[in-house]
Design a protein. Sequence first.
Lengths: 111, 116
Amino acid sequence: GQNIDQPTEMTATEGAIVQINCTYQTSGFNGLFWYQQHAGEAPTFLSYNVLDGLEEKGRFSSFLSRSKGYSYLLLKELQMKDSASYLCAPLSGAGSYQLTFGKGTKLSVIP
Amino acid sequence: SAVISQKPSRDICQRGTSLTIQCQVDSQVTMMFWYRQQPGQSLTLIATANQGSEATYESGFVIDKFPISRPNLTFSTLTVSNMSPEDSSIYLCSVDGQGAGTDTQYFGPGTRLTVL
């Protein structure tokens, strides 16, 4: 089965850095996605990690440790528009594109 | 990335009726998926829509309740049958990005369904 754990809510200040952690247990592993979802909108793709290490993409970075079943999303220079839910989604099964979503972390950015 | 549209964007339906949701992609894709997102919850995969064969349903979802069509590589429909208020949710289709040269799943804008 799948088990994905991430904090329910976080609050951070505009301009700061925030790290959103995700731990997972999956039957088979084929990479991990992070999605951003603003209230009332569809999820939008942020990052994909399949190898251990840090992937940097502008203000957003994502880290993966497959041996530890752990990932984090790092958001730098926070902006008010970054207030959203952030969904951790491991991809399970060889050759499969089945995503299992965590419950998401609701991030509130305050002035 | 693939451009995905869904119809309708929202609907309010009566208990016992059925609604068919359409998902259109601007490029040919191998895999199309249907998800449900209930209020305040994360996304749950309903089924994988396979072109030329029956959909593959996840545990807790059955074809009689959620029949799916996939007539070609750019289009799919999901029907929510014999609806009850518990079916009130956002329904999203997603596609794998293979047709667009990536392995990422991209999501349509969603269909917000309210059942009275």
